[in-house]
Design a protein around this ligand. Structure first.
Ligand SMILES: [Ca+2]
Ligand SMILES: [Ca+2]
Length: 471
């Protein structure tokens, strides 16, 4: 984490120098100065709120070492991996290796799995064991491992390779793409994402004719220590902080939760007070009442590309409308019906809406991650890409069209929902492949074709990359 902070501050100084280099006019200077104050404020904000949030993701100690530093052409060897410190229940790992020097066993003419483990910690064979070729004589192995046992805070496995050309082969874990999840500490019922250590996780093997003589000069495994920066303290002058408008902070508050059971609390329209006073004053004592609002919504569910069969054309989704200042909040379970274009249509009526405010709208399906929108017609080209923080939605009396047809409500968080796509979700889908019973379908049939199969499974595994409900 320390590295992130350092990088940011260096970038910031560089940016400031560049900006100042272009400043010639005093007015411009003022604008730039204001910009910098705001920038420093944001920096302070990130340090204060966002860094601690990120820092709260635990880190797994990772060892990544070869079974032998030097091998001969034709030899089979292993790259061993050990993840410890937390109880890992799922691992989604990308490892790039020098493919013109070594071959992964699943890449042989008669492929066999290259995945191996001493104790049966992870389910075998791996859920995903895929190879892709890169331009630079390397290949990337993508492994998705799930552990239904998850009974230890040390998980080990090895990957088998065969050496075939002289030289050096390097193996690198792509820590930016790889993900771990599991339970932290002693609470094995919890689910959390777990990070790899920062930095490069790389090891090498020398392939030499006389394997024994070759000097293993190459050190393996930088094994970064797992104690993440105990010393970092955000040292931005606090006197500058008040310049940030406080209205920005609530939108990132990680405490926002949407209780699945929350019932709708209709606002008190029934406050027509029976003021039977003797004075016959016909004064129009109108109680200050905000307008009533209707949201006509169109929604697209990930995986549902055609209109499903009759039995699956209704879905209940949770809609939360919240003002950006959090003073107004209305949550309802809305029934949606899917049309011929695979769009889900539903309507929500809300009374007494303070229409002078701006709003965010949140949507969560019964087996989906929550999405948050900040405009009435958000768009994305890749499912999950749209991301917003501050709501700019204004609502008017009467009908408001909320067009979510150009973003996807992402599948994967199955009941009982916990707001995260993790190994529990993935395992459930995997266990029920081929099942068509209504109880299972209601939880894991994401594409609504009446069977839990590999398509649903793929959606669940993909969703591992999206982690959490948007808040
Ligand atoms: Ca879940
Ligand atoms: Ca299905």
């Amino acid at each position: 984490m320390m590295q992130i902070v350092t990088t940011h501050s260096n970038r910031f100084i560089g940016l400031a120098q560049r900006i100042f280099g272009q400043v010639r006019k005093p007015k411009m200077f003022l604008i730039v100065a204001v910009g910098i104050v705001v920038f420093i404020g944001l920096f302070w904000f990130m340090n204060t709120y966002i860094r601690p949030f990120l820092a709260s993701i635990p880190i797994a100690q990772t060892e990544f070492t070869p079974s032998a530093p030097t091998v001969k052409p034709g030899d089979q060897f292993s790259i061993n991996m050990q993840l410890s410190g937390e109880t890992i229940t799922a691992a989604d790992v990308y490892i790039t290796y020098t493919s013109d020097k070594v071959v992964y066993l699943a890449d042989l003419p008669n492929p066999v799995t290259g995945f191996n483990q001493i104790s049966d910690y992870f389910d075998a064979p791996p859920i995903v064991e895929e190879l892709t070729s890169n331009a630079d004589n390397t290949k990337t192995l993508h492994l998705v491992l799930v552990s239904q046992k998850a009974n230890s805070n040390v998980a080990q496995f090895s990957l088998k390779f065969k050496a075939h050309a002289l030289g050096e082969a390097a193996f690198t874990i792509d820590t930016s793409r790889s993900k771990l999840s599991g339970s932290v500490g002693t609470d094995l019922s919890s689910a959390s994402y777990i990070s790899f250590p920062e930095g490069v996780l790389r090891t090498t093997v020398i392939i030499a004719e006389d394997g024994a003589d070759a000097t293993p000069t190459h050190t393996h495994t930088p094994t970064p220590s797992d104690d993440s920066d105990p010393t970092v303290t955000p040292t931005v002058d606090p006197s500058i902080s008040p310049s940030i408008s406080p209205s920005t902070s609530p939108s990132i508050s990680p405490t926002l939760t949407i209780m699945p059971t929350a019932s709708l609390v209709p606002s008190p329209t029934a406050t027509l007070s029976p003021t039977v006073t003797s004075t016959p004053t016909p004064a129009p004592t109108t109680v200050a009442q905000n307008p009533n609002v209707t949201l006509d919504m169109k929604v697209r569910l990930q995986g549902v590309v055609t209109q499903p069969k009759e039995a699956y054309r209704q879905q209940t989704m949770k809609i939360l409308v919240q003002s950006t200042d959090k003073s107004f909040r209305e949550e309802q379970a809305i029934s949606f019906t899917v049309n011929g274009e695979a769009l889900w249509v539903g309507s929500m009526k809300i009374v007494n809406v303070p229409t002078s405010k701006t709003f965010n709208i949140y949507i969560k399906g019964t087996k989906h991650l929550q999405r948050k929108i900040c405009t009435l017609a958000p768009t994305e080209t890749v499912p999950g890409q749209y991301d917003c923080s501050s709501g700019q939605i204004t609502l008017k009396e009467g009908t408001n069209v909320v067009d979510m047809s150009k973003i996807f409500v992402l599948a994967g968080d199955i009941p009982i929902q916990n707001g995260i796509v993790d190994s529990v979700d993935v395992i459930y889908v995997r266990k029920n492949l081929g099942v068509t019973s209504p109880a299972v379908l209601s939880r894991a049939d994401f594409n609504l074709d009446g069977i839990v199969d590999t398509q649903d499974y793929t959606l669940a595994v993909t969703a591992l990359g999206f982690k959490y409900d948007e808040k």
